[in-house]
Design a protein around this ligand. Structure first.
Ligand code: PLP
Length: 390
């Protein structure tokens, strides 16, 4: 008889996502499935909206989670904000900025791409020059570019966009819940994230928020929104007071999301950001003291995702395979131009812990040693411990 049991080893997840999940979230996922129009479930959705408003730091009424992963959130923001002929500026400094570019092309916008070096933020001066050239409708950027480990200086960029009256579309997939996302202060018109990173739930939902101006623009388009499923004017009728059936919302995934958001409330957003920063600093201190190098300069490093350069003559796949096989530890490989050149080490949500920092340092020391690359683990753990105040 073939076995139908699911094989799912208990890994430690320290890649770009998904990340480890708190036991309370697992428990929430086993709550009874109920109907998507059940009044009790609709209250659950309302609570999710409320808690997401807190995490996005916004008063936007249209703040919910669309079905699908982060890419679905991206598609929702792009499809609703952009229509054929719109002048759109997309900043590309990594793999995910390029994904936004590809989506914008499919909307047949009048596209300008501002490309920058992978591993550095886009220079606000270049954005300023571009915005001075013509009247853009939308500027699209990735707040936390997880292919490179760079965090964008949004205060400056938002000031420029506001000056020019340009709508901002921001990818917050690797930032929301781990570092500050100031939707209202920055004047974001559309922002999206995912459930499986700093939020701390399984993959399958994409938190999104749209300003009133974005909703108004979506209602007054010349062309219909090129996605029925992700049309915010239709979704608003389900999420809002009309309660018109739109799709069969997954109660299971939304229970998990609500519990993860509850945990964020209990911890407090500022404490959570401080925890992510502290563990990031400990990891960097440890990695550098061991003799390894980070890809990104200190000023632009993303606390939630750390890009560590792979030493010369070390086989990336063999090292990651070793971590998985010997220690049940998952870290990420490089994407696009950085394939084989960096490791992406995620410290997000429940995975952002002192234990995981120390575990990673000792496991990577061993994975490198078996390939003949010596690193100083004792110096690394001392440096990490002192950042951790231990
Ligand atoms: C910055 C960024 N944007 C978009 C995505 C796409 O999200 P998903 O894989 O959940 O569809 C990712 C995935 O890691 C990401 O890191």
């Amino acid at each position: 008889m073939p076995s139908h049991r699911i094989e799912a080893p208990l890994r430690t997840l320290m890649g770009p996502g998904p990340l480890d999940i708190h036991p309370r979230v697992y428990q929430a996922l086993t709550s009874p499935v109920i109907g998507h129009m059940d009044p009790v479930y609709l209250k659950t959705l309302d609570r999710i909206g409320e808690k997401l408003r807190n995490v996005f730091a916004t008063q936007n009424r249209l703040t919910h989670a669309v079905p699908g992963t982060g890419t679905s959130g991206m598609e929702a923001c792009v499809a609703n904000l952009m229509e054929p002929g719109d002048a759109v500026l997309v900043c590309v400094i990594g793999y995910f900025g390029d994904r936004i570019r590809q989506m914008a092309e499919r909307q047949e916008v009048e596209l300008t791409v501002l490309e920058g070096e992978w591993g550095k933020p886009v220079d606000p001066e270049r954005i300023k020059e571009e915005l001075n050239k013509k009247a853009y409708k939308v500027i699209a950027l990735v707040h936390a570019e997880s292919s490179t480990g760079v965090l964008l200086p949004m205060d400056e960029i938002s000031r420029l966009a506001k000056e020019h009256g340009v709508m901002i579309l921001l990818d917050c997939v690797t930032s929301l819940g781990g570092v500050d996302v100031k939707t209202d202060e920055w004047g974001l018109d559309a922002a999206y994230s995912c459930s499986q990173k700093c939020i701390g739930a399984p993959p399958g939902l994409a938190p999104v928020t749209f300003s009133d101006r974005a909703l108004e623009a979506a209602r007054n388009r010349k062309h219909p929104i090129r996605s029925w499923y992700l049309d915010i004017t239709l979704l608003d009728k389900y999420w809002g007071s009309e309660r018109v059936y739109h799709h069969t919302s997954s109660s299971t995934l939304n229970y998990g999301l609500l519990e993860a958001l509850e945990l964020i409330d209990e911890e407090g957003l500022q404490n959570r950001f401080a925890r992510h920063l502290k563990n990031h600093k400990a990891l960097v201190a440890g990695v550098e003291a061991m003799g390894l190098k980070m890809l990104v300069e200190p000023d632009f490093r993303l606390p939630t995702l750390n890009t560590v350069r792979i030493p010369q003559n070390v086989d990336d796949l063999k090292a990651r395979g070793y971590l998985l096989e010997k220690f049940n530890l998952e870290i990420g490989g490089g994407l696009g131009a950085l394939k084989g050149k960096v490791w992406r080490v995620g410290l997000m949500g429940y995975s952002s812990s002192a234990e995981n920092v120390l575990f990673f340092l000792s496991a990577i020391n061993r994975a490198l040693a078996v390939q003949g690359c010596k690193t100083d683990l004792s110096a690394g753990s001392d440096a990490a411990m002192s950042e951790l105040g231990a």
